[in-house]
Design a protein around this ligand. Structure first.
Ligand code: AP5
Ligand code: MG
Length: 214
C-alpha cells in the first residue's frame, strides 16, 4: 500500500503518519523531516535547503525527488509507504510516478486532509516536538500526558521548528495554494482521491483514514 497524505502546513500529515507507522507498520517518507535532518547534519543538500526552508519557500524538485528515490530504494517490497509533504508540485507528481514504477510500486490512495485555514496558524505556532525521538505535540490540542515528559521516550527536552512563525507560515500556505493544490485534479481523474475532515480530533481523523485503507 502506497499513499499520499496531502494537505496544507499544519493539516496533520506528520501526526497521522506517525499513527499509520504504529498501527500498520508502514514507513513515513517526509521530505520535510529528511530536509531538516540534512540541515542538522550540514550536508551539501542541507546547506542549500536551509535558507529556502526558513523563508517558507519550496526546495528544488530535483533535491526532494532524489531523497524519495533513495529512501524507497532502502525499503522492503512489502512495506507500505506514506508520502508526507511530497509531492508538492506538478513536476514532483510526475517524478513520483516514475520513481514508483522504478521500484515496482503503484499509488493506492491520495488522502486529502481538509482543514480550516484560519486554524492552521494556531496549530503550527503551538506545535513542538521531542528533541530526542521527534514525537509531535501541541501546546493545547495534544500536550504530553505528563507535562514536560515525552510520552514515547521519556525525554524532557523539546524543540520548535524555526519555520513555525506566523510570517513563514503565510508563505508556506501561499506555496501550497499556488503549487501543491493544483496537483489534486490529476489524481482525481485517476479516481484515487479521498477526503477526510482534518478539523476533527486526532483519533477521529485516524479512524477515517483507516476506513479508507481497509
Ligand atoms: P514540511 O515539514 O512538509 O511542512 P508542512 O507541509 O508545512 O507541514 P507541517 O509539517 O507544518 O504540518 P503537518 O501537516 O505535518 O502537521 P502536523 O502533523 O505537524 O515542510 C517544511 C519545509 O520543507 C517546506 O516549507 C519546504 O521549504 C521544504 N519541503 C518539504 N518537502 C518539500 C517538497 N516536497 N518540495 C519542496 N520543498 C519541500 O500538525 C501540526 C500541529 O497540529 C501539531 O502540533 C499537532 O499536534 C497538531 N494537530 C495535528 N492534528 C490535529 C488535530 N486533528 N486536531 C488538533 N491538533 C492537531
Ligand atoms: Mg509535517
Amino acid at each position: 500500500m502506497n499513499i499520499i497524505l496531502l494537505g496544507p502546513p499544519g493539516a496533520g500529515k506528520g501526526t497521522q503518519s506517525a499513527g499509520l507507522v504504529e498501527r500498520h507498520g508502514m514507513r513515513q517518507l517526509s521530505t520535510g523531516d529528511m530536509l531538516r535532518a540534512a540541515v542538522k547534519a550540514q550536508t551539501p543538500v542541507g546547506l542549500q535547503a536551509k535558507a529556502v526552508m526558513d523563508r517558507g519557500e519550496l526546495v528544488s524538485d530535483e533535491i526532494v525527488s532524489s531523497l524519495i528515490d533513495e529512501n524507497l530504494a532502502e525499503m522492503k517490497a512489502g512495506q507500505g509507504a506514506i508520502f508526507d509533504g511530497y509531492p508538492r508540485t506538478a513536476a514532483q507528481a510526475a517524478d513520483l510516478d516514475r520513481i514508483l514504477a522504478k521500484h515496482d510500486r503503484s499509488l493506492d490512495h491520495v488522502i486529502e486532509l481538509e482543514v480550516d485555514v484560519d486554524a492552521l496558524v494556531e496549530r503550527i505556532t503551538g506545535r513542538f516536538s521531542c528533541a530526542n525521538c521527534g514525537a509531535l505535540y501541541h501546546d493545547t490540542a495534544n500536550p504530553p500526558a505528563k507535562e514536560g515528559v515525552c510520552e514515547v521516550c521519556g525525554s524532557t527536552e523539546f524543540k520548535r521548528r524555526p519555520d513555525d512563525n506566523e510570517e513563514t507560515v503565510r508563505t508556506r500556505m501561499q506555496e501550497y495554494r499556488a503549487k501543491t493544490a493544483p496537483i489534486l485534479p490529476g489524481y482525481e481523474e485517476r479516481g484515487i482521491v479521498s477526503r477526510v475532515d482534518g478539523m476533527a480530533g486526532i483519533d477521529e481523523v485516524a479512524s477515517a483514514i483507516d476506513a479508507i485503507l481497509a
